[in-house]
Design a protein around this ligand. Structure first.
Ligand code: UD1
Ligand code: CA
Length: 457
């Protein structure tokens, strides 16, 4: 049985922000949400967030997360002092306490599970996560004894002697405690150290036995203290996601220019070209080539689709369609199989039947078409009257000429031909040619007459 406590009371001065540090976003989720995610598979019995700086703000921001408890640390007197705040709410508790830092967002769930396993198998009083860093500056150094890595001492960077500073094993700030042991020593912590703080690390060395577990990938335990580290963490997160998709059979051309949310799904044999960004619940099926230069958000892309230099949000594209260059699909568009949507076309809340083409310079809003429709260059639906949006329906095989304006609400039957330059404001039955343009007025000899007048004046 495990209870989780997340340290999130600090201000995060180095972020230079009015937003509390743990609420800063990393790849769409706040730092503290990511910490919560890493602990989810351990199925904690309770999840307690220790808040302090802008406590109310943090609580409100996390309202939507179910079953969280908040404990307030009104003065930030150190990590040990923060955990002392758990004495009343955990009184009588007999299980383990997992302590995490709210600003360490890249931990893998497997790492925490391993920590818990070592802790429980060895019946430790405390087990701490450690790492070997090439540059351990700033971290607490952990001194161990014996093969099983029993922890002897943890010394904060600011309290280290020159010799102690050479130690490369650092304290990641992630701990598992047997609560009944910890609660006995917590009240007796002293603050006689360089920072005049109550250190949680002092409590660690006052219980026994304590083991250290080295994490293999040191990137997991990197803390976020400033914007540079936030950007660095995003890069690490992105590399993890991209490496995973490449291993699963996806080609990424110029991976460093591509970003992919962890919520995206990509089938094998997809090619993602440079400068492409995949977000939200997007799914890309096999055989697609996406990019270069595209943004796809929360959209479903069927098999063998190509998308070039385009933006697609909240939409679906069926198999074999070709999208772009410079297409914008938004607000629940559904593109049928084998459609071709081309240059400078915007579709909004529109459904296209199979093999329909909208190849150039068009806007269709609130429109439904049948199959094999051809929307001519520059066709525009006038779907908004200044108050309401109105629908347009277009039947199978219908063709709109270049520069048609379709004034909604409008029903065009199937097999309708609309002459170029027409403005259509009434419903049209099946099998009909519509020419809705004004008659030309011809004035023969007008130009030469005008020229003559100019020369005479
Ligand atoms: C701490 C560890 C250090 C370790 C490092 C890993 C101690 C004494 N030292 O140092 O050994 O290498 O983490 O990152 O624990 N916090 C509170 N209340 C407080 C003080 C801090 O909630 O009164 C929170 C902070 O918001 C932060 C976390 O605790 O999320 C760590 O605090 P921080 O001051 O950054 O500790 P470090 O000096 O980094
Ligand atoms: Ca610090």
């Amino acid at each position: 049985m495990v209870v989780v406590a997340i340290l999130a009371a600090g201000r995060g001065t180095r972020m230079k922000s009015s937003l509390p540090k743990v609420l800063h976003k990393l790849g769409g989720l706040s730092l503290v949400e990511r910490v919560l995610m890493s602990v989810e598979p351990a199925q904690p019995k309770r999840r307690i967030i220790i808040v302090g700086y802008q406590a109310e703000f943090v609580k409100t921001a996390m309202q939507s997360v179910p079953n969280l408890e908040f404990v307030e640390q009104t003065e930030q007197l150190g990590t040990g002092h923060a955990i002392q705040q758990l004495l009343p709410p955990l009184s009588g508790y007999e299980g383990d306490l997992l302590v995490l830092n709210g600003d360490v967002p890249l931990l893998r769930p497997e790492t925490l599970e391993n920590l818990l396993q070592v802790h429980q198998e060895n019946k430790n009083a405390a087990t701490i996560l450690t790492a070997h860093l090439a540059d351990p500056k700033g971290y607490g150094r952990v001194f161990c004894d014996g093969d099983k890595k029993f922890v002897q001492q943890i010394v904060e960077d600011k309290d280290c002697t020159a010799e102690q500073k050479l130690c490369s094993r650092i304290n990641a700030g992630i701990y598992c405690f047997r609560w009944q042991d910890l609660e006995l020593v917590l009240p007796h912590l002293q603050s006689n150290n360089a920072q005049k703080e109550y250190y949680l690390t002092d409590a660690v060395t006052q219980v026994s036995p304590v083991m250290a577990v080295d994490v293999e990938d040191y990137q997991e335990i990197l803390g976020i203290n400033d914007r540079l580290q936030l950007a660095g963490a995003y890069e690490i997160l992105q590399n993890r996601i991209k490496n995973q998709w490449m291993a699963a059979g996806v080609t990424l051309v110029d991976p460093s220019s591509i970003t992919i949310d962890e919520t995206v799904k990509i089938h094998p044999d997809v090619i993602i070209e440079a400068q492409t960004h995949l977000r939200g619940s997007t799914v890309i099926h096999t055989g697609c080539t996406i990019g270069p230069g595209s943004l796809i958000e929360s959209s479903q892309i069927g098999e063998n689709v190509t998308v070039q230099f385009s933006v697609i949000t909240d939409s679906s594209v069926a198999a074999g369609a070709r999208i772009g260059p410079y297409t914008h699909l938004r607000g629940h568009v559904s593109v049928g199989e084998g459609c071709r949507i081309g240059n400078f076309v915007e579709l909004k809340n529109t459904t296209l039947g199979n093999k329909t083409n909208v190849a150039h310079l068009s806007y269709l809003g609130d429109t439904t078409t049948g199959t094999k429709v051809n929307i001519g260059a520059g066709t525009i639906t006038a779907n908004y009257d200044g108050f309401k949006k109105h629908p347009t329906k277009i039947g199978d095989y219908t063709k709109t000429g270049s520069n048609s304006v379709l004034v909604a609400p409008l029903n065009l039957g199937s097999d309708v031909y609309i002459a170029a330059g027409s403005t259509v404001a009434q419903d049209i039955p099946n099998d009909c040619l519509v020419i809705a343009r004004s008659q030309p007025v011809l004035k023969p000899g007008w130009v030469s007459k005008k020229r003559q007048e100019k020369e005479n004046s």
